[in-house]
Ligand binder design. Sequence first.
Ligand SMILES: NC(=O)c1ccc[n+]([C@@H]2O[C@H](COP(=O)([O-])OP(=O)(O)OC[C@H]3O[C@@H](n4cnc5c(N)ncnc54)[C@H](O)[C@@H]3O)[C@@H](O)[C@H]2O)c1
Length: 387
Amino acid sequence: MEKGTSPFLRLLTDSPEKTLFTVGLVVMIVWLGSIFSYAFVSTTEMRVEMDPDQQTILVAGGAGYIGSHVVADLVENKYNVVVYDSLYKGHKQSIVGLKNVAFVKGDVRDGDLLDKTFKRFEPVAVMHFCADSLVGESVIDPLKYYDNNVGGAISLLQAMGRNGVDYIVFSSTAAIFGDPEVDIISEDTPKAPKNPYGETKLAIERMLHWASESPSSTLKYVALRYFNAAGAHPTRDIGEDHSPETHLIPNVMKAIQGSGGRLKVFGNDYQTPDGTCVRDYIHVMDLSQAHVKALAWMIHNDLSGQFNLGNGNGFSVMDVIGSAKTVTQREVPYDLAPRRAGDPPTLVANSVKAKSVLGWRPEHDSMDDIIASAWRWHQAHPAGYKD
Ligand SMILES: NC(=O)c1ccc[n+]([C@@H]2O[C@H](COP(=O)([O-])OP(=O)(O)OC[C@H]3O[C@@H](n4cnc5c(N)ncnc54)[C@H](O)[C@@H]3O)[C@@H](O)[C@H]2O)c1
């Protein structure tokens, strides 16, 4: 040890054993330090490498069905993504293996964790997919829906305000229209939700409107009102896995596979061509494209807007069953059941505004296309995601 070296260092290195111990100690401290520097956001953050030349988008609820498809599309479109999800309903498996994606496990109602996440990753915009979204459950437990859906949106908007983030794309729903008098629903169709789920989504839309209208506000938002999302990613191993599953197409797949019991067809005496309810099914990849376009439109023009998103074609329950039979070459075991209260005969979107303003076009508008992609996913994952 040279003259001038501190006595403390000399004490730690005055024999080969001590030197080895000291080097080991330093390596350990550096390693622990790196772990704790990542852990300040979350102990379960998976990766943090981001491309410094790309904009970062925070995707709340990005480990869910629609969110995970949008995350993959954002990456494809050269954005960094921070997925912020409590995994309360989502699946970590749905976002692994993507470049430039960080994951933070947290609740949107946790303002402190949101602040840390905004400060660390500096996103330019937020996409908000988090929600409870079971209509029946919302009737039984409305406060749960106001807490998570409205409370979550307030928390996220406040955190955006505190951290100077001005742009948000919000997942709204056709349920805000309730049981409209018209079959083809445009943005101007009167909004009259029939259940707490739809009410909470409409409340958030109204909150976004007023928050963006405030004289001191720089907030801009896009509310995308989805009709029925369906299908799965064509190349990534991701798809629809809700528990409980209430959506028709995954339940048709499960009935075919024998994992979900026989399908129930609720009512066959509606004023529709074959008597079963007609709905608008939009492929999840088309929905995803609409998000990417809406984000770019909002930021580029510094504008807010609301858009209905469907593929514009109505399919009855029997159309879906017929298509599933053709595509899978298997029988769909089903039983007729009485009508469900509050099910309108026909709900189809008019998406003219999204087409003309966002330049968006649904590319997978045939039911066979939608079913084929859903079938691929369900065949590969008959029991859904592993986690
Ligand atoms: N699936 C559809 O057909 C459909 C139709 C219309 C509207 N929507 C809306 O689209 C959004 C996404 O739907 P989805 O089918 O992908 O749902 P999903 O349940 O698959 O995804 C929601 C994600 O949000 C997460 N999440 C929920 N509450 C959270 C919270 N408080 N904090 C952090 N994470 C939370 C869940 O863990 C999950 O990963 C929802 O807002 C839903 O209301 C869906």
